[in-house]
Design a protein around this ligand. Structure first.
Ligand code: GLN
Length: 261
C-alpha cells in the first residue's frame, strides 16, 4: 500500500479528557495504519489550540464531570469543528466524550447542560457508579465481543432511531435497554460516530473495532495482522478467570452480576 496519502488523526482535548488513557486510541489507529504501509499523523488538539477541522478521524476520551462540562463548552465554541464531526470525519467518543456529543447531560448535583446535539442520546446520573469490566457483543457484523472497563455515573438513553454499539453481557454500559428489548445496551453506532463507555484503551483491547474505523476512513479493507501477544491479551480479558478474580477486595464477578440482575 505504498503511495498512500497520510491519514490524519485528531486527538481532541487529551489535556481535559485524559483521565483514563483513552489517548492511546490515537496510537493504536496510527500504528495499525503504519503496519499496513499507510502513513498516519496524530494531531494533538489541546484546549489552547485552534482546532484543525480537516482530520479524517477524531478521538474524544473520558473524564470527570467538571472537565466534561469544560469540553462541551469548548466544542460548542468551535463550530467549524462541530460541523466536521457532523459532516466529514469519523469520530470515536469514549464515556464523557460520548455523553457530550448527545442532546443533554445532567450531573450528580442536578446541574443540566446541553451537549453538541450530534447524537440522539441524553445522559442523567444513575443511582450508583458503574465501575468494572464490561463484555458486550458488538452490533457491527464481524467485530464480535467487545471488552473494556467502565467507570461512570451517567446513564445514557438512546433515542428511538439510535443504534447501540453493543449488547451488554457483563457490566453496565449505557445502563439502559433498547426499545422493548430487555438487554442492556452499550454505546452508540451511527454512520460517523462510534460512542462507547469502554476504556482500555478500547481500540487496544478490540483491534477489530480499530480496523472497522480504519476501513471507514480509508475505504480499504485492512489486511489481517499477525500479533500473537495481542490475541493472547484479548483472550485473557474475555476469560472468566480474569472477570472473576478479586477486584478491590471483592469477588468481582459476583458483585457485578448482583448489580446487574
Ligand atoms: N463524568 C462522567 C460520568 O461519571 C464520565 C466519566 C468518564 O468519562 N469515565 O458519567
Amino acid at each position: 500500500m505504498s503511495g498512500e496519502s497520510t491519514v490524519t488523526i485528531g486527538l481532541l482535548l487529551p489535556d481535559v479528557l485524559g483521565t483514563y488513557s483513552d489517548a492511546g486510541n490515537a496510537t493504536i489507529l496510527a500504528q495499525r495504519l503504519r503496519w499496513r504501509g499507510i502513513p498516519a499523523e496524530i494531531r494533538t488538539i489541546t484546549a489552547c489550540d485552534v482546532p484543525v477541522t480537516t482530520c479524517a478521524v477524531y478521538l474524544l476520551g473520558g473524564g470527570e464531570d467538571t472537565a466534561q462540562q469544560f469540553a462541551a463548552d469548548w466544542l460548542r465554541r468551535h463550530d467549524q469543528l462541530r460541523r466536521a464531526l457532523e459532516t466529514s470525519a469519523v469520530t470515536l467518543a469514549v464515556c464523557a466524550g460520548l455523553q457530550i456529543l448527545g442532546r443533554s447531560m445532567s450531573d450528580a448535583s442536578g446541574h443540566h447542560y446541553p451537549g453538541l446535539d450530534l447524537l440522539d442520546i441524553t445522559t442523567a446520573p444513575g443511582r450508583q457508579r458503574a465501575v468494572g469490566e464490561v463484555i458486550a457483543t458488538c452490533t457491527v457484523p464481524g467485530i464480535g465481543s467487545l471488552t473494556g472497563f467502565e467507570n461512570h455515573r451517567g446513564v445514557t438513553t438512546l433515542g428511538p432511531g439510535t443504534a447501540p454499539l453493543g449488547r451488554v453481557i457483563t457490566g453496565t454500559g449505557n445502563g439502559t435497554s433498547e426499545g422493548t428489548t430487555r438487554y442492556r445496551t452499550e454505546g452508540v453506532f451511527t454512520d460517523r460516530i462510534i460512542g462507547t463507555y469502554l476504556h482500555g484503551p478500547v481500540l487496544a483491547r478490540n483491534p477489530a473495532l480499530a480496523d472497522h474505523i480504519l476501513h471507514k476512513v480509508t475505504g480499504q479493507v485492512m489486511p489481517a495482522l499477525d500479533l500473537p501477544d495481542q490475541a493472547a491479551l484479548r483472550h485473557t480479558y474475555l476469560s472468566h478467570t480474569y472477570l472473576g478474580r478479586n477486584y478491590l477486595g471483592h469477588t468481582y464477578l459476583q458483585g457485578r452480576f448482583s448489580r446487574c440482575s
